[in-house]
Design a protein around this ligand. Structure first.
Ligand SMILES: [Zn+2]
Length: 370
């Protein structure tokens, strides 16, 4: 499972795994896990801060909810683990304990997906991965229950990680049988082993509905509002605009890595109403957009001609900027020029960031039930 993606002090993978075992002796399990951590953890990486937890009973799912949506301190985690009589060990800054605890507390009753992870042979770790791109595209075309495989717009293979880890690729999907078949379509270097995980990836579990004034840093939120400042591009190619509801205002951003998504955002104008989905950055308080649902598009009009006098059937003259029009002949006044609707080139409905910019936890639109 993945944890709150907006936590600045998150561990390297920001994820945790839990395994259920039967009839084990906790002390023996502890020895084995310690051996594995000491053998495989990359302690030299600053952000590697592992932790493991052994519990006889599953703690409340509220603990998971808090770890995926909010902020949980190490102190409160250790306090909880002590009260539950857990056997545990944290390494370095020990923050891995938070995720490990959350992972045991997760019970996927609302939504879940699967990920098939294929592992590399140990002598290949750290070398360039060999996964045939055409076979990834083919797999993507055949198995519609898989998602986030390949970014066609940006020619990015999302199956393979970029770190020197033992993972060759991960295929995300809805269905275990399809994942196994999908894996057999891929042409790649020799696989050492495969494992299928139940996960909270692609579920939007991190998001919570909030009024704008209730939004706090490091949360991930869904909030509704009306556009009150037109989108503008700042240095670095990030696109920023402001929305407002009856409780307040907040900036929204489509950052440069969201690529083509920014072109959608640039089409928004003051008066549009939408629902935004994203993680909250602290300074300045900004929603980092993962997707939007446009509910209403404001009509955009453009003046084409001065109004025509209803009596004389002639075009009126402008009295100066913002001062309306007047018929030169009979003196009739009007302030309504002849306008036409501008095609907004955008529709109501959902828009999401491309696959290359997708957060692990973000639910892709293809998974959203209407
Ligand atoms: Zn007239």
């Amino acid at each position: 499972m993945r944890l709150n993606p907006n936590i600045p002090w998150k561990t390297r993978g920001n994820g945790a795994i839990s395994i259920e075992v039967k009839d084990g002796d906790s002390k023996i399990i502890k020895k084995k896990v310690e051996g594995l951590v000491n053998k495989y953890a990359k302690f030299e990486d600053k952000k590697t801060n592992p932790g493991f937890v052994i519990l006889d009973n599953q703690p409340s799912s509220n603990i998971y909810e808090k770890c995926v949506k909010g902020i949980v301190t190490l102190k409160e985690t250790e306090k909880l683990l002590n009260s539950l009589g857990a056997i545990y060990e944290g390494y370095k800054n020990k923050r891995g304990l938070i995720g490990a605890t959350a992972s045991i507390a997760w019970s996927p009753k609302n939504d879940k997906t699967y990920e098939l992870i294929a592992y590399r042979e140990e002598n290949k770790w750290g070398t360039k991965r060999k996964v045939n791109i055409e076979s990834v595209k083919k797999m993507n075309d055949i198995f519609s229950s898989t998602f986030d495989n390949f970014d066609y717009e940006n020619n990015h293979n999302r199956l393979t990680p970029s770190s020197p880890c033992p993972v060759l690729y991960g295929i995300r999907g809805e269905n275990i049988d399809d994942l196994i078949k999908a894996s057999s379509v891929l042409l790649s270097e020799k696989i050492q082993s495969r494992m299928i995980f139940e996960t909270n990836q692609g579920t939007d579990d991190h998001l919570q509905r909030k009024n704008i004034s209730e939004i706090k840093p490091y949360q991930s939120v869904i909030t509704k509002g009306t556009v009150v400042s037109n989108p503008h591009t700042i240095e670095g190619g990030h696109v920023i605009f402001t929305i407002m509801d009856s409780t307040g205002k907040i900036d929204c951003a489509a950052y440069e890595p969201t690529k083509q998504f920014r072109n959608i955002i640039r089409k928004l104008i003051i008066g549009d109403k939408l629902e935004v989905y994203g993680g909250v950055r602290k300074e300045p308080l900004t929603i980092n957009l993962e997707k939007i649902n446009i509910k209403y598009l404001k009509k955009q009009e453009k003046k084409v001609e001065n109004p025509v006098c209803p009596k004389c059937n002639k075009h009126m003259k402008s009295k100066g900027t913002g001062q309306g029009y007047k018929c030169k002949k009979c003196g009739i006044k009007s302030n309504k020029p002849i306008v036409k609707n501008i095609n907004r080139n955008i529709n109501t409905g959902f828009y999401e960031v491309p696959v290359c910019a997708r957060r692990h936890l973000s639910k892709p639109l293809k998974r959203m039930k209407p």
